[in-house]
Design a protein around this ligand. Structure first.
Ligand code: G3I
Length: 477
C-alpha cells in the first residue's frame, strides 16, 4: 500500500503516532517490503538466544517478515567459530545461513579480525608474530571459504581504532603481536578467498565528526591509503550505538556527522553501512511517550542517510526487542524498535512512515555512480592482484593495483546510456532485479540500450567493457 497523496501518509502517520496507535497500517506493508522498494537493506541481528531456541515464536515471525538482511549477534565471531586451535565450529552460523536462505535474506558476517571475543589459546602466541600471522590467516581462510557465496559481506576488521586518540587501538592481541599490518593483511586474505564478498571496516563512534582528532577522521585517512594501495575495502560499517541526547548531554554524535562521512567515502567509491544501530536512554531514567517519539525521530534521521546517500545501502539494528538487548551492559535501556512485549514502538512507525513516503531525488539515475546494490558485487574491485603480506609483514609489501572503472551508466527516458567507453565501442550490459536475479543481458554496440520492455522500478546494472567494469543501481520510470 502506497499513499496516493504522500502528504496524507505523513499526516496519517503522525496522527497515529500521536494517538499512540502503533503500526496500525503495517498489515500489508512491512519494513522489508518498503526497504526493497527503496532499494536498501533493513535488518536486525539474530540474538544469541535464537540459536538455542530460547525466544518466543513471534520473535522469528517478526524478524523474517520485517527484515531482509541478518547478522549473528555472536555466532560468527572468532571464539565461536574456532574455539580451539584448528577446530572449527560452524553449527550456529550454518543455522543462520539456512534461515536466511529460506527467507530470502542477505547475510552479513561479523567479525573476522577483532580484539574482543578472541579465544584464550590465541593469547598464548601473543609474543610470536609469525605464528599469530598464521593463526589469523588460517582463521580467515577457513571461515570465509566455509561460507563463500553465502555470506555476502564481512566485517573483516572490527574496532581497530583507539577510543581516546586518533591512532590504532593498542589493546589488541593482533596489534600487539603483529602490528598494524594485520589490518591490511586481513582484507587481502579475505578477498583472496572470496573475491565476490563485500569487505568492510566496522567501528563505533563514527558519527562523532570527521576532523583529524575524531575516530572517523583517522579512519578516512586509512581508507584513502587502502584505496590508493589497492587494499580490497568496499565499505565502512558504522555501528552507531548512540544515546538519546536528553540523557547524555555530552554525547557529541549526530546523523549529520555520519552523513559527512558517507559523502567523503563516496569520493573514494567506498560505501557506508549502518551496521549495529541502537539509540538507548540511560538506565534508570523514566522514559516517557514523548521520549520514545523523539527516539523515533532520531531513528528516522539515521535512515535518511541510507535512503539519500547513493553510496549507503544498509540499515541494521543491533537487536529486535528491548527485552533481549546488550545495552544494559552499557548502562543504557530501551534502544530498539520493539518493546519488551515485541510490540512496535514509535521508532518502528517512524521508520515505516519514512520508507512509505520517501521519494528519490529526481536526478537519482544520474547521481548513482557509486554501486548501491550489493546483491551483485562491484567487480571493479575484484580485478586486483594482491600479495600475501605474511611474508614481508609490511603494508608496503602490497602491490599497488587499483584500476578503477571509468565506465558508468545512466537512464534517460527509456534508454540506458553507457558513458566512458572511449575507444571501446562494445559493452556487455547485464540487468538484475534488486534480489540479484538476472532480468536480461545484451551487448551494446553504440553505448545505448533500449529499456522499453522493462517494468518500472529499481534495478542493478552491470557494465563490462574490456577490463573496465561497473555495477550501479538505476531507476527505470
Ligand atoms: O559464550 C558465553 C557462554 O558460554 C556463557 O554461558 C554466557 C554466560 O554469560 O556468556 C557467554 O558469552 C557472552 C557472549 O555475549 C555470548 O552470549 C559474553 O558473556 C557476553 O559478554 C557477550 O556479549 C556480546 C558482546 O558483543 C561481547 O563483546 C553481546 O552479546 C553482543 O551483542 C556484543 O556485540 C558487539 C558487536 O559484536 C561489536 N560491536 C559492539 C556490540 C555491542 O557490544
Amino acid at each position: 500500500m502506497r499513499f496516493k497523496n504522500p502528504i496524507m501518509g505523513v499526516v496519517l502517520g503522525t496522527a497515529l503516532l500521536g494517538a499512540g496507535i502503533s503500526n496500525a497500517f503495517a498489515a500489508d506493508e512491512t519494513l522489508r517490503s518498503l526497504a526493497e522498494k527503496n532499494g536498501i537493506y533493513i535488518g536486525a541481528i539474530l540474538n544469541s538466544q535464537w540459536f538455542s531456541g530460547g525466544l518466543p515464536a513471534n520473535y522469528e515471525q517478526i524478524h523474517k517478515a520485517q527484515f531482509n538482511i541478518v547478522v549473528a549477534e555472536n555466532e560468527m565471531k572468532f571464539d565461536a567459530t574456532e574455539p580451539q586451535e584448528g577446530r572449527f565450529s560452524y553449527g550456529n552460523g550454518d543455522k543462520m545461513v539456512k534461515y536466511a536462505q529460506q527467507n530470502g535474506m542477505r547475510v552479513r558476517g561479523h567479525a573476522l579480525a577483532w580484539h574482543s571475543q578472541v579465544p584464550g589459546w590465541v593469547n598464548n602466541y601473543r609474543n610470536d608474530k609469525q605464528k599469530l600471522l598464521k593463526v589469523l590467516k588460517n582463521h580467515i581462510q577457513n571461515v570465509v571459504s566455509h561460507w563463500k557465496g553465502k555470506v555476502a559481506e564481512w566485517d573483516v576488521v572490527n574496532e581497530a581504532i583507539s577510543n581516546n586518540e586518533p591512532m590504532w587501538r593498542s589493546q589488541s592481541v593482533w596489534y600487539q603481536g603483529i602490528g598494524p599490518e594485520f589490518i591490511d593483511s586481513a582484507f587481502v586474505w579475505t578477498h583472496a578467498v572470496d573475491p565476490d564478498a563485500e569487505l568492510c571496516y566496522n567501528d563505533y563512534n563514527l558519527e562523532q565528526g570527521i576532523n583529524s582528532k575524531a575516530k572517523a577522521g583517522f579512519l578516512l585517512e586509512q581508507v584513502k591509503r587502502w584505496v590508493k594501495n589497492g587494499i580490497p575495502i568496499h565499505c565502512v560499517g558504522s555501528q552507531t550505538h548512540v544515546e538519546d541526547t536528553t540523557t547524555d548531554k555530552h554525547f557529541i554524535g549526530s546523523p549529520d556527522s555520519l552523513r559527512s562521512l558517507a559523502k567523503e567515502l563516496a569520493k573514494l567509491n567506498v560505501k557506508l553501512k549502518i551496521t549495529e544501530l541502537d539509540i538507548g536512554f540511560k538506565s534508570g531514567v523514566n522514559v516517557s511517550k514523548k521520549d520514545l517519539e523523539r527516539q523515533g525521530e532520531t531513528f528516522r534521521q539515521y535512515l535518511d542517510i541510507i535512503l539519500e546517500e547513493p553510496n549507503a545501502d544498509t540499515y541494521l539494528i543491533w537487536g529486535v526487542s528491548d527485552k533481549w538487548s546488550w545495552l544494559s551492559g552499557l548502562n543504557r535501556q530501551k534502544g530498539l524498535i520493539y518493546d519488551d512485549n515485541l510490540k512496535p514502538k514509535p521508532a518502528f512507525d517512524s521508520i515505516l512512515v519514512r520508507l512509505q513516503n520517501f521519494e528519490p531525488p529526481q536526478d537519482t539515475t544520474k547521481k548513482d555512480t557509486t554501486a548501491k546494490d550489493t546483491t551483485v558485487k562491484d567487480t571493479t574491485k575484484k580485478d586486483t592482484t594482491v600479495k600475501d603480506t605474511t611474508k614481508k609483514d609490511t603494508t608496503e609489501a602490497i602491490a599497488k593495483i587499483a584500476s578503477r572503472a571509468t565506465v558508468s551508466a545512466y537512464v534517460a527516458g527509456r534508454t540506458l546510456f553507457v558513458t566512458g567507453l572511449g575507444l571501446k565501442t562494445t559493452a556487455k550490459v547485464d540487468l538484475f532485479d534488486m534480489q540479484g536475479r538476472p532480468v536480461f543481458s545484451t551487448q551494446s554496440e553504440n553505448g545505448m540500450v533500449d529499456l522499453k520492455n522493462i517494468s518500472e522500478g529499481y534495478y542493478v546494472v552491470r557494465i563490462t567493457a574490456g577490463s573496465a567494469k561497473t555495477v550501479q543501481r538505476v531507476n527505470i520510470k
